[in-house]
Design a protein around this ligand. Structure first.
Ligand code: XIL
Length: 588
């Protein structure tokens, strides 16, 4: 009975995902991203288009120094948090932008009294604070932005030499990467830059290439190069772009198109000619196709999505109409051309069709990405799979390692599969990876193997399942009759309630990978504590629950007295890790 109650919740997750047009991009192994402006998130049309069409967002300004660190020692995370929360609610990934770079710095950083050693301390503290604040929620950072001039020399600036932080050349860049890596070892760290010719082979991209080569050879944590791609309709050399993406990905780096717009010479929002819109569409198509040729080109992101809101008319007076949707959110030829590129098999060799990248997985409970834990139930955006939904069911007590031709391995150990469909697979990380610091995850569908992706392993990555499967709001919490606790069935002080959780890690006695074992009672090895309404709640039992679904456990806790009626926050801590914020239980 519990099983039949459970499935609708899992299916809701599946249906929300399946309906998204952004799946087209995810099936090709890339994210479709856009810059967003926090102040527009409250506009329903803006929010609806964003959430339904894109899999990734990047704050246009909200994480820049000027906004996030406006005065010494003062951090202002509200606007950045609003974007991150929106993304988490809608299962989107977040790129952070930008930790260095010389534009849009607050005036206090230009204080002539600041010494290089003082500035070094400030930069380290800034990077550490901001990256830690968003750890686990921002999967990739532009650590470095626009450091090079067109001739390939380093641009003068406060981190380099005016006055600098006291280290020569690319030294400040190296330190910035090392600090960011220490603050969030799972985050992908990028160098991001622009070039009017679309970042082909130029003195500037040669210099970026040499910097990357040097950093990689010395183990400096650089994972990718962002190509801004603020271009004009005639400006881009596609062969040059392809050559540059090739040499960078050959180094093992990821490449992402991070800020694309194609500006047209029009008066503000007056509208371009059909011919201009077509030539713009061609550029979007060709850049997207160039990216799609490379398994390690992992995102196609535009700098905004609607001409209603674009930086172009202000930054480039006389230009506009630069984005794929018009001011009324209607598709322009550019929008259709990006879809064409994504749908076109012509650029998709089997090898690059079947690929995954590290960010495309979520904890099934929290819906957030980061590290993984043994026994955690995970949602992966899979590049291929069966046309219709296939659900795993236990045979001889064990969930299958193969579902309609789909297999997933973690360091070679086959994972139990819960469900699969073209576009995603829900798998449980085997307990066998417990002693590993990272695991190579690989997919196989009908004999076609994906590239392996390396994911960091932590002892526990707890996530609470929620009633709407969004990772936020009412928890998937049951009363002692296994009825859902909700506003119409609130719990009261002293009640025993069961929180649904994944990612609690290994236990005593140890769990067996894939085994369906209803009511298996265990103690997680990581120290466990629960709060409800901020008050510690006594734990009665931890068990696999009546469904015995691998990767989904239940914590039975007593609701503490004295908590006001209404929605009280619920939090579970296991060792050093906590469940996501914003999960509640209805109390009366
Ligand atoms: C731009 C924003 O879009 C504007 O709103 C702001 O006024 C200036 O900065 N390259 C970058 C981005 O890395 O941070 C810039 O964003 C656009 C160029």
């Amino acid at each position: 009975m519990f099983r039949s109650r459970m499935w609708p919740f899992l299916l809701l997750v599946i249906n929300l995902k399946g309906a998204d047009p952004r799946q087209l991009a995810l099936q090709r192994g890339v994210d479709l991203g856009t810059a967003v402006d926090a102040q527009h998130l409250s506009e329903s049309q803006y929010a609806a288009v964003l959430a339904s069409q894109y899999s990734q967002v990047e704050p246009e300004n909200e994480m820049k120094w000027r906004i996030i660190h406006p005065a010494p020692g003062v951090y202002s995370f509200a606007a950045g948090d609003a974007i991150v929360n929106f993304a988490v609610q809608h299962g989107m990934k977040v790129r952070g932008h930008t930790l260095t770079g010389d534009t849009q710095l607050p005036a206090w950083l230009s204080d002539p009294g600041l010494t290089p050693s003082g500035l070094q301390t400030i930069l380290e503290e800034h990077i550490t604070t901001v990256v830690k604040h968003y750890a686990g929620r921002v999967y990739a950072w532009d650590v470095l932005n626009e450091a090079y001039a067109d001739d390939g020399t380093l641009l003068p600036g406060i981190w380099l030499n005016t006055p600098g932080i006291g280290v020569p050349g690319t030294g400040y860049m190296e330190l910035a990467l090392r600090w960011a890596h220490a603050a969030d070892p799972a985050a992908r760290l990028f160098y991001n830059d622009e070039d009017d010719t679309g970042l082909g082979i130029t003195p500037k991209t040669d210099a970026i290439y040499r910097m990357a080569q040097d950093f990689l050879s010395r183990g400096v944590p650089l994972h990718g190069i962002g190509m801004q791609m603020h271009v004009t309709a005639g400006g881009v050399s596609i062969p040059g772009l392809v050559a540059n993406i090739k040499r960078l990905t050959d180094l093992g780096l990821e490449v992402q198109i991070t800020e694309m717009d194609v500006r047209l010479p029009v008066a503000n929002l007056a509208g371009a000619s059909a011919a201009e819109l077509d030539s713009q569409a061609q550029v979007y198509h060709d850049v997207a196709s160039a990216c799609l040729q490379f398994p390690k080109c992992t995102a196609i992101q535009t700098w905004g999505f609607t001409d209603r809101y674009s930086w172009i008319p202000t930054a480039f007076p006389g230009f506009g109409d630069a984005l794929p949707l018009d001011i009324n959110y209607q598709p322009k030829p550019a929008w259709n051309s990006i879809a064409d590129a994504l749908a076109s098999p012509s650029t998709a060799s089997p090898a690059n069709y079947y690929r995954i990248s590290s960010g495309q997985f979520l904890n099934m409970g929290s819906r957030s990405t980061g590290a993984i834990a043994p026994g955690e139930m995970l949602y992966f955006a899979a590049p291929s799979g069966p046309g219709a939904l296939v659900q795993g069911s236990p045979a001889a007590g064990k969930y299958p390692n193969s579902l309609a031709g789909m297999q997933v391995t973690f360091d070679g150990v086959p994972a139990p599969l819960i469900a699969a469909q073209n576009g995603f697979v829900i798998a449980v990380a085997p307990y066998e990876i417990a002693a590993h610091s990272s695991a190579a995850v690989q997919f196989d569908y009908l004999g076609n193997s994906s590239n392996p992706i390396s994911l960091p392993v932590e002892p526990a990555v707890p996530g609470l399942f929620t009633a709407t499967s969004t990772g936020a709001g009412a928890g998937l919490i049951f009363d002692r009759n296994f009825a859902l606790v909700s506003a119409s069935n609130p719990a009261r002080a002293g009640d025993l309630i069961f929180l649904s959780i994944t990612g609690e890690g290994v236990s005593q006695p140890a769990g067996v990978t894939g085994l369906s074992q209803p009511y298996r009672i265990f103690t997680p090895l990581e120290p466990l504590s629960v709060t409800i309404g901020g008050v510690p709640a006594a734990v009665a039992v931890v068990w696999s629950g009546p469904a015995g679904l691998p990767g989904m456990s239940q914590i039975g806790v007593y609701v503490p007295p004295g908590i006001p009626a209404g929605n009280a926050p619920v939090s579970v801590r296991l060792g050093g890790a906590s469940t996501q914020a914003a999960v509640t239980v209805a109390l009366r």
